[in-house]
Design a protein. Structure first.
Lengths: 321, 401
């Protein structure tokens, strides 16, 4: 018996609906159809009246969820693709993020963003939007990399009072499997050392954790021990765990699937360079997607985003410097 | 009989680890002469040529245009006659050409291979300072760790680095520290540490030493009949002070584009104290006759040995006199203090034959070396020679000192 990353997301939502009457799910085709990726499969039947379809208006979906939250509900909303959350940006950034700070009324909404690339998905169905949301105070941004985290972090997202942007990676939906759902979890805001090593720290999150682990495996055959840190949530960002790892290794490579400009990797590097300069034995490096819109063609896509191979090459560069 | 020898990427400059081939001037089968340019290479500093070490025929070319190769990499092979190869010390059997082309692999597209292995000297006696960078570049972490431990770059001089261009990485450093702990460790005295610190700062300058054998007979004769008793170092000190009062420029310090002349002729002298050296100072040594200086000199020697020198007798001197002859040494290259340009040294006296022109025969004289170590930025051998010559001259008339 095994469970996929996608199934874990469905199970977490089922549990949230079962545990708390205030929870409901709202989004395009989340009802009878079961969601664009079947993340809400059968939930409408299982929880009548609490899982329902929205019009094709992200603006309206978020606005309705905020209203419900003000009224004491704990809505989960699904964007079909992270890319399409942009029409809802005004509601998320200007209203949900600021509500508590303006009114002391909390805004416990969870926005699920199917994120990141899969082969052939192109510029409108592959984006990683976490950096934009992390820029705004008032939001929590989760980027689970494992089946266990997808489950436990989504439950936590629903239970906390702040608005949460839940970036679930589409590439991991079917590829990633675990033996069973977790019974305990690390707290949100704590990074995880996914692999211990002493020569170089690779900081990654979401799907890039797996690429980094594969790169570490490859480099292990060359006698290099890589430590891989999975950020888990990028806001809050667990600088302490990153810094402690760099203190062990003296070298840092940060990997993100999103674009480089003003992103998570630049934030991690900035923090280490400003707060941990004296820990560094080599210039810190980062690896991101290329700074262009995301290509359709599978060959182009495979070189557009970081892969185990390009991560290993970047790691060798850091190790050589 | 012929053999083949490699064409090597030569050492092109102190900090150069690799160079890019920008022009191949030969092809396989060409005859080349000795020192003929065979390739043009470019480093981050200049364009230079690689030349053939002796006449021969180009047998194989391994270097590709526009690719970079580390110093010591094999760029190709020449077929040469055995005697030439032997004369050059290159008669070793040639390495496997396939292995050689690997060693020369620069930043190729072979993403999976660990690229650019540590540069190994391919040939005996080829000066390939592959690890020469050592502690010259220090990462922020290395700097912080060194500061934490109170270490200096000089402490790492014996440590080859494994990082880029041979730099010492933090891992090299921690391993080095771990190895040290296997040895017996004792604390250096604070005196030792202070001397080390001064020497390290002194050594940042280009220092040179000249020497002149000098007869001490007149001085020793004068010394016998004079009270209080004075050592040769004091005679030399006074002579140096007089010489510098005539021309103080050699004792100046170079700061930027200015020579800073001494305000007064205050000369120090080295006194050996427990585990180090102290340098008491005689102020205005040019203005006070020898006998007057002698009283103060003897006081200061005693105070220095007790390590109780008064404040006004330390620091601010413009030169130092050191009598290494007391250790039986005839020659030494003392190092001037960091704030000084000059140090005058006295060697041990020896009876030597001296050709006396008047008597047209050898006569025995007591001779000792006067050495002068100096900051070569401030003066050259000529000026140093004139100064030490003047001191030797003054020592011939000790009664005038």
């Amino acid at each position: 018996m095994s469970i996929t990353y996608l199934e874990a997301i469905r199970e977490a939502q089922a549990k949230a609906l079962a545990d708390d009457d205030r929870v409901f799910i709202y989004g395009q085709d989340v009802g009878a159809f079961g969601g664009a990726f079947k993340a809400t499969k059968n939930l409408a039947a299982q929880f009548p009246g609490r899982v329902f379809d929205a019009p094709i208006s992200e603006d309206a979906i978020v606005g309705a969820a905020i209203g419900a939250a003000i009224d004491g509900m704990r809505p989960i909303i699904e964007m079909q693709f992270a890319d399409f959350s942009t029409p809802g940006l005004n509601q998320i950034l200007n209203h949900a993020a600021t509500l508590y700070w303006r009114t002391r009324v909390p805004c416990p909404i969870t926005v699920r963003l199917p994120s990141g690339g899969t082969s052939g998905s192109g510029p409108f169905h592959s984006q990683s939007m976490e950096a934009i949301y992390a820029h705004y105070p008032g939001l929590i941004v989760m980027t689970p990399a494992t089946v266990e985290d997808a489950y436990s972090m989504l439950l936590e997202a629903v239970s906390i009072d702040d608005p949460v942007i839940f970036c679930e990676h589409k590439y991991l939906y079917y590829h990633l499997k675990a033996a069973a759902l977790p019974t305990e979890a690390m707290p949100v805001g704590k990074a995880r050392v996914a692999r211990a090593g002493r020569d170089l720290t690779i900081v990654a999150y979401s799907a890039m954790v797996h690429e980094a682990l594969a790169a570490a495996e490859e480099l292990a055959t060359e006698g290099v021990e890589i430590e891989v840190v999975d950020l888990r949530s990028i806001k809050p960002l667990d600088t302490d765990t990153v810094m402690a790892s760099v203190a062990r290794t003296g070298r840092l490579l940060c990997v993100g699937e999103a674009w480089p400009w003003g992103g998570v990797t630049s934030e991690v590097l900035a923090r280490v360079a400003t707060e941990g300069f004296n820990l560094l034995d080599a210039p810190p490096q980062r690896l991101n997607a290329k700074d262009t819109p995301i290509p359709y063609h599978p060959d182009l896509w495979s070189v557009h985003r970081p892969t185990a191979r390009s991560i290993a090459a970047a790691a060798r560069n850091v190790l050589r410097s | 009989m012929t053999t083949r020898i490699p064409i090597i990427m030569p050492q092109l400059g102190e900090s150069i680890a690799e160079a890019t081939i920008i022009n191949l001037l030969i092809s396989v089968g060409d005859q080349v002469g000795a020192d003929q340019d065979v390739m043009e290479v470019e480093t981050n500093k200049a364009t230079m040529n690689v030349s053939s070490p002796c006449p021969g025929k180009v047998q194989q070319l391994l270097a590709n245009l526009n690719e970079s190769y580390p110093v010591g990499a094999v760029l190709g092979y020449l077929e040469v006659n055995v005697e030439d190869a032997r004369r050059l010390g290159l008669e070793r059997p040639a390495p496997d050409p396939n292995a050689a082309s690997h060693a020369g692999d620069g930043n190729g597209e072979k993403g999976h291979e660990p690229e650019r292995k540590t540069v190994q000297p391919t040939i005996r006696s080829l000066p390939v300072p592959a690890h020469a960078a050592g502690a010259s570049y220090m990462s922020p972490r290395m700097k912080a760790r060194m500061a934490e431990l109170g270490l200096h770059a000089a402490d790492l001089s014996g440590l080859p680095g494994s990082g880029a261009a041979g730099r010492v990485t933090i891992q090299d450093f921690e391993k080095f520290l771990a190895r040290l702990e296997q040895h017996k460790l004792t604390d250096a005295s604070s005196m030792r540490v202070a001397v080390a610190d001064a020497m390290r700062r002194s050594w940042t300058r280009p220092l040179a030493t000249v020497a002149l054998p000098c007869s001490f007979d007149n001085m020793l004769a004068h010394r016998k009949v004079t009270q209080p008793k004075m050592g040769p170092a004091l005679y030399a000190l006074r002579a140096l002070a007089v010489a510098l009062s005539e021309n103080s420029a050699p004792a100046g310090r170079l700061i930027g584009s200015k020579i800073v002349h001494p305000a007064s002729i205050d000369v120090g002298f080295a006194v050996e104290a427990a585990d180090g050296v102290l340098v008491p100072v005689l102020r205005n040594a040019d203005a006070r006759p020898l006998r007057e200086l002698a009283v103060r000199y003897n006081e200061l020697v005693e105070l220095a040995r007790q390590r109780r020198l008064p404040k006004d007798a330390t620091g601010g001197s413009i030169a130092t006199v050191t009598n290494f002859g007391t250790f039986g040494l005839t020659w030494a290259t003392p190092i001037p203090l960091p704030e000084q340009t000059l140090v005058l040294g006295l060697g041990a006296g020896r009876k030597v034959p001296f050709w006396d022109e008047k008597r047209t025969q050898f006569v025995p004289i007591m001779e000792a070396n006067l050495t002068l170590s100096f900051d070569h930025r401030v003066l050259d051998g000529g000026a140093a020679g004139r100064l030490v010559g003047r001191v030797a001259e003054l020592l011939q008339t000790p009664e005038k000192l």
